[in-house]
Design a protein around this ligand. Structure first.
Ligand SMILES: [Zn+2]
Length: 590
C-alpha cells in the first residue's frame, strides 16, 4: 500500500475544523482568538484546555497534551496516523493521494505481514493438534469440563501446543521462517547457551487478534498444576501490545456496536463461556486492570462498558483503576455485581443461549450499577461504621466520589443511602458534596489518576527559555539568530534542548513533520507555537531574555567553580559583571 502524500495530509489539516472535531468530546467556549474548555484527556473542573482554531492546534496546560487535529483524532479515537488522516479526509471531503512508499516503511510493513502470517499458520497448527493429537486428550477433557463446546472453541480458534521442545521451530523452519523471525513472532525462546526452543509447550492456546481479526499473539494456559506460569502470553513485541489488546474483540466487535455496550470479563474462558451463552459482546482484558488504551478501544464501538469481574478484592481494585482509565473519556462505566469468588465462567459454565442462566446473566448486566455508585457502596461496605470517627472517615472518602457524579436523581438517592448508613443527617451529606472543592490530600489520591497530576510549576528560568523560543517562532527572522546563540548549557532540560534543535530546522512551520512518537516534544512544540501568538515579541525582549539566560548559565558555572570554597575565576567574574551591566542598560532603555 502506498503512503499518504504530504500534500494530502496538509489538505486534510486545512479542511478540518478542529473546534468542531474537539467539540464532540468537550464543550468549547470562545475566549479571544482561542477556544477553551475542560480537558478531554484528564479529569478537571476548571478549564485548562485550549484550542487555537487558526493554527489548528490544541494544548492542555493541566496535563501537557497537545498537537494538531490529526493527533487529536489519533488519541481520542485510538487510530493510527494514516487512519486518522483518512477519517478526517472522509469527514471533510478531501480526496487523498498516495505516493510511492518509503522503502524502509514498505519493508517494515512486509515484515509485519509475514509475522502475522506465521502466527496465523501456527494458530491453525495448534487447532489441528488440539482436535487430532492423542497428546491433547487431557486438554480436550479440560475444556469440555469447563462446559465449552467444540463450536465455540473452533470459532475462537482455540488450540493446543505440543509438549515437544521444537515442534514449532522445526515446522516454522520447514516453511521458510528462520529462527530470528520465529523469535520476533514470540514463538521461540533461547536457553542460556543461545539455543532456540518453542516458547509455548503443553498449553491450551488462545489466539489473540485485533479488531480487524489480524493475529497479534497467543495466550497459553498451562495444562497441569506443576507448569509455571499458569498463563503465559506472547512477549510484548512488534505485533503484541498487552495494554492495547482485548481478547475476543474480533468476535465481539459487531455485537458491541449493535448492543451499544461492551461486557468486560476476566479471562479467555470467561469470554468463550459468555459467547457460547449468547452474550456475544464479551471481551477480556489481558491482566487484572483495564487500561486507558483499552477503554479507548471500546469507546470506538460503544459508549457503555459493563465490567463483569469477580467482585473479590482484585476485581474491585481493577474496577477502580478502570474508573481512572475512563476519566475524561465519554464512556459510561458500569459494574455488574457478581458474588464474591464468582466469575462469569462459573456462572455461565455450559449455559446455552436463551436458557434461564443466560437470561439471569443478561439481567445482571442490565442491572449493573454505574461505577461511582458501586464505588460508594464499596467504601460503605469497607468502612468502619461503628464509631463516629470511622463514619467521618468514610464520609470523607465517599464525598469526592459523589461529587464526581452529575447532579441527578441517582446521586440524590445515593446521598440519602449514604446518610442513612452513616446515621447522618441527609442535609450534612448534601452540604459536603455541594461544598466548594477543598479536598484533603487523602481524598485526592483516591480519585486522581497519575496522568492527571498537574505538572510542577515552571521555574523562572524555564519560563524565560520558553518565552525566548516562543518569540523566536513569532519573529523567525530574528529568532533564528537567538536559537543559534543558545547552547544546550543555557537550557534547563534535554527536552527544551531538543525543541531548540527542532526549531532551528523547522522555524517556519514548526508543527510540520514533528516526530509523532516523541510525545513530549510534540506537546512542548505545540505549546510554544500557541504561546508564540500570545507573546508580544520584539528583538529587544528576545535580547533581554537571552541575556538573562546567559546570566543564569554563568551563575551556574560560578557555583560549580566555587563549590570547594575560594573565589570565582576572574574571567567568569568579568563576564558576569559585563552581562549584568548590559542587562541593566536594556532594562533602563526599555
Ligand atoms: Zn489535560
Amino acid at each position: 500500500m502506498a503512503r499518504l502524500s504530504q500534500s494530502s495530509i496538509e489538505q486534510v489539516k486545512e479542511a478540518s475544523d478542529i473546534v468542531e472535531v474537539i467539540s464532540a468530546y468537550t464543550d468549547l467556549r470562545r475566549s479571544g482568538a482561542r477556544f477553551s474548555g475542560l480537558c478531554p484527556f484528564h479529569d478537571e473542573r476548571t478549564p485548562s484546555f485550549s484550542v487555537d482554531p487558526r493554527e489548528k492546534l490544541y494544548h492542555c496546560f493541566g496535563c501537557g497534551v497537545g498537537g494538531d487535529v490529526i493527533k487529536f483524532v489519533e488519541e481520542k479515537e485510538g487510530l493510527a496516523f494514516a487512519e486518522a488522516v483518512e477519517a478526517l479526509a472522509e469527514r471533510y471531503g478531501v480526496e487523498i493521494e498516495r505516493e510511492e512508499e518509503d522503502p524502509r516503511v514498505e519493508e517494515a510493513r512486509r515484515r509485519r505481514a509475514r509475522l502475522g502470517e506465521l502466527l496465523e499458520r501456527t494458530a491453525a497448527f495448534y487447532v489441528s493438534f488440539l482436535w487430532d493429537a492423542g497428546e491433547a486428550t487431557k486438554a480436550r477433557e479440560y475444556l469440555a469440563g469447563r462446559g465449552l463446546g467444540e463450536e465455540v472453541l473452533r470459532r475462537f480458534g482455540v488450540g493446543f501446543a505440543p509438549s515437544a521442545w521444537d515442534t514449532v521451530l522445526t515446522r516454522g523452519q520447514a516453511a521458510g521462517y528462520p529462527p530470528a523471525e520465529l523469535g520476533a513472532a514470540g514463538l521461540l525462546t533461547r536457553n542460556k547457551r543461545g539455543n532456540p526452543y518453542d516458547s509455548f509447550r503443553r498449553r491450551i492456546m488462545f489466539p489473540i487478534r485485533d479488531g480487524r481479526g489480524r493475529m497479534q499473539g497467543f495466550g497459553g494456559r498451562a495444562l497441569s498444576a506443576d507448569q509455571k506460569p499458569k498463563y503465559k502470553n506472547s512477549p510484548e513485541g512488534e505485533l503484541y501490545r498487552k495494554k492495547r489488546t482485548l481478547y475476543g474483540i474480533d468476535q465481539a466487535r459487531g455485537a458491541i456496536a449493535k448492543a451499544g455496550r461492551a461486557v468486560v470479563v476476566e479471562g479467555y474462558t470467561d469470554v468463550l463461556a459468555a459467547h457460547q451463552a449468547g452474550i456475544t459482546e464479551a471481551v477480556a482484558v489481558m491482566g487484572t486492570a483495564i487500561t486507558p488504551e483499552q477503554v479507548q478501544l471500546l469507546a470506538q464501538h460503544s459508549d457503555e462498558v459493563v465490567l463483569a469481574l469477580d467482585a473479590d478484592r482484585a476485581g474491585r481494585e481493577a474496577m477502580l483503576r478502570a474508573q481512572r482509565a475512563a476519566s475524561g473519556k465519554r464512556v459510561r462505566l458500569r459494574v455488574a455485581a457478581m458474588k464474591p469468588g464468582e466469575d462469569p465462567a462459573d456462572t455461565l459454565e455450559g449455559v446455552a443461549p436463551g436458557s434461564d442462566a443466560a437470561e439471569a446473566f443478561t439481567a445482571m448486566i442490565e442491572a449493573a450499577d454505574d461505577l461511582p455508585v458501586f464505588h460508594v457502596r464499596m467504601l460503605l461496605g469497607d468502612g468502619d461504621l461503628s464509631s463516629p470517627a470511622g463514619r467521618d472517615r468514610t464520609l470523607d472518602e465517599v464525598v469526592p466520589v459523589l461529587r464526581s457524579m452529575p447532579d441527578s436523581i441517582t446521586r440524590e438517592e445515593l446521598e440519602r443511602e449514604v446518610a442513612s448508613r452513616l446515621e447522618a443527617d441527609p442535609g450534612l451529606v448534601a452540604r459536603r458534596v455541594a461544598a466548594k472543592e477543598r479536598a484533603p490530600a487523602r481524598e485526592a489520591t483516591v480519585v486522581r489518576a497519575p496522568a492527571t497530576e498537574p505538572p510542577p510549576p515552571l521555574s523562572g528560568r524555564e519560563r524565560r527559555e520558553r518565552s525566548l523560543l516562543e518569540m523566536s517562532i513569532a519573529l523567525p527572522a530574528d529568532g533564528r539568530e537567538f536559537l543559534e546563540r543558545l547552547t544546550p548549557e543555557h537550557l534547563s532540560s534535554p527536552l527544551v534542548a531538543r525543541a531548540r534543535v527542532w526549531l532551528l530546522d523547522h522555524l517556519e512551520e514548526p508543527m510540520d513533520g514533528l516526530p509523532r512518537e516523541d510525545e513530549e516534544l510534540v506537546g512542548l512544540v505545540t505549546q510554544l507555537v500557541m504561546g508564540a501568538e500570545r507573546e508580544p515579541a520584539s528583538r529587544e525582549a528576545m535580547e533581554l531574555t537571552f541575556l538573562s539566560l546567559d546570566l543564569t548559565m554563568i551563575d551556574g558555572e560560578i557555583a560549580t567553580a566555587t563549590e570547594g570554597g575560594g573565589d570565582p575565576p576572574v574571567d567568569l567574574q568579568r563576564r558576569r559583571a559585563n552581562l549584568a551591566e548590559r542587562i541593566a542598560h536594556f532594562e533602563t532603555s526599555a
